[in-house]
Ligand binder design. Sequence first.
Ligand code: PGA
Length: 251
Amino acid sequence: MRKPIIAANWKMNKGPKEAAEFVTNFKLDASELEKVDVVIAAPFVDLSVLVGNGFGVAAQNCSDQDSGALTGETSVAMLKEVGVEYILTGHSERRSIFGETDALINAKNCKILDAGLTPIFCIGETLEERESGKLEEVLKTQVTEGLKGICNEGILNVVIAYEPVWAIGTGVTASKEQAQEAHVIVRRLVAELYSTELAAQVRIQYGGSMKPANADELLGQADIDGGLVGGASLEPESFHSLIKSAVATVA
Ligand code: PGA
């Protein structure tokens, strides 16, 4: 049984003051946290404000190096020191705007796992790639390259986020059938790299305009184990509603 994981991705929104206000208005029941892992991925300056409130905290980026003359970078060890448990990798905005390659994303995934933290490893195709029939090919490259060198034990500590680029921040959500189909492909790719048994334990989140209005049907799909949520995670009520949808899927 895979525990659902709902993660907020605040992107470059909210400073420490707004993060503290969010925490004040965001109260989870212990029973919700028992059933669902809740995570907020926030800007670096908010992380210490968020840690220690019952939910998991994620950084949105990290260096693939340990230390040194790398102005502007933040190491995994530094993030661990402030209580971060998860780190996003491979987000499409980092791939497309900041030019992150599969090799760099792979190095970050390995560094994060070595430190005992959990990468939330994002993958997904553009509209052009989907329309030209390259969905599976693109996912295969991203999964294979991004997970290179990660052992059987390591893969169980990876959360994969399938985020079709055309659905991110656009208000256009993948239909539940499109999302489920892509998740099945991703799980099969993981099975090919590891085993069916291990792939069955790996959590795969859907991301891309998930919101209260579509969460029930997306989270109700057999291979969708949670969500990575941008816009709809910025208000406590809306984010909490997504968590309730995930709780409802747990018997
Ligand atoms: P969105 O963002 O929910 O605003 O589409 C998701 C993401 O980029 O992780």
